[in-house]
Design a protein around this ligand. Structure first.
Ligand code: SF4
Ligand code: MG
Length: 336
């Protein structure tokens, strides 16, 4: 199948003290129709910057796409004008965020906010839009939908607000939903319900989803394919089953140890020692994970690993695998 979204060698920069630094460095991936792709990594790895790039929602004058292409249904939307993007955003591609309270406007009713999205893209009467918003709230499992449309965001629980956000996001039946940490602010039970809801809606609407999370446990619940990002780059890519059967990259191995277990105290959760290098201090060569990697070798500081297929349909960028060595690095090692 042709991809719905094709990101090619994306470079997104942030301006710091008048200079641009890439927070996303050469990221490429496809999202096929009806596929759920998980993007996982700690905060500061470029996941959110990558999704804001797709939506062209980077902070004005600070964030900028500096290279690459973002093809949606075959069109490069990275060069679209604001006006062109406005006609796509909320209609063909929607986004939901971690904290619904910051995306919902406290002074307008739930119904008004959903209907605003609908009326922005479709030629309906207010009455028709109201009927649609009630139906949408029912679809996302909100009880007493006729009543809720007249209420304000603060009158709802966090889980209910996230359901409202999902209703808004799917109001115009988008082909792609980008969900950035959609369950992070919610407690574990509600988190599971929201993931189940997203999965159900994906199936019912034939939608694709990019699910961004720092939690591999969330990925395991609903994703088909996973991209692991570290310091602005993709370091591993695999089908979910393959990733959980045997992660290839040392960073992914450590992320897996950090998945919360139901029977363990969250306080004792394994964390990965050290910090993601900041964009201004990115090592110019070598592996960006080297300063934290328990398997690092001397070459990891001088040779930059390339993302390559290291097993069937399973890619990693790590010098533990012959395939990840760049051609010139290999020659250097063999003393040619
Ligand atoms: Fe660790 Fe080296 Fe692999 Fe990087 S390239 S993940 S430092 S072993
Ligand atoms: Mg983020």
């Amino acid at each position: 199948t042709t991809p719905l979204l094709r990101v090619k060698n994306l470079q997104t920069g942030f301006k710091i003290d008048g200079e641009y630094y890439n927070a996303v460095e050469g990221v490429s991936f496809d999202v096929r129709p009806k596929q759920i792709v998980g993007v996982v990594g700690e905060s500061g790895c470029g996941k959110s910057v990558m999704s804001l790039s797709i939506m062209q929602l980077l902070p004005d004058g600070i964030g900028k796409i500096r290279g690459g292409e973002i093809e949606f249904e075959g069109q490069d939307i990275s060069v679209f004008s604001d006006k062109q993007m406005n006609s796509i955003r909320g209609k063909d591609i929607s986004m939901i965020f971690q904290e619904p309270m910051t995306s919902l406007n406290p002074v307008f009713t739930i119904g008004y906010q959903i209907e605003e999205v609908i009326l922005n893209h479709e030629n309906l009467t207010k009455k028709e839009a109201r009927l649609r918003s009630v139906a949408l709230l029912k679809q996302v499992g909100i009880p007493r939908a006729e009543q809720i449309v007249t209420e304000y965001p603060h009158q709802l629980s966090g889980g209910m607000r996230q359901r409202v956000m999902i209703a808004m996001a799917i109001a115009c039946q988008p082909k792609l939903l980008i969900a950035d940490e959609p369950t992070t602010a919610l407690d574990v039970t509600v988190q599971a319900q929201i993931l189940e809801l997203m999965k159900g809606i994906q199936e019912a609407n034939d939608m694709s989803i990019i699910l961004i999370t720092h939690d591999l446990g969330v990925v395991a619940e609903i994703c088909d394919e996973v991209l692991v990002m570290y310091a602005g780059k993709i370091v591993e890519r695999a089908l979910v089953e393959d990733l959980f059967r045997g992660p290839k990259h040392p960073y992914t191995e450590l992320l897996m140890k950090a998945i919360p277990k139901m029977d363990e105290d969250v306080e004792e959760l394994a964390t990965i020692e050290g910090l993601v290098p900041s964009v201004v201090n990115m090592p110019p060569v070598g592996c960006r994970f080297a300063n934290r990697c328990p398997k690092a070798m001397p070459e990891c500081l001088t040779v930059t690993p390339q993302l390559a297929e290291v097993a069937g349909r399973h890619e990693a960028a790590c010098l533990l695998y012959e395939e990840s060595w760049p051609t010139d690095g290999k020659r250097e090692r063999e003393g040619v």
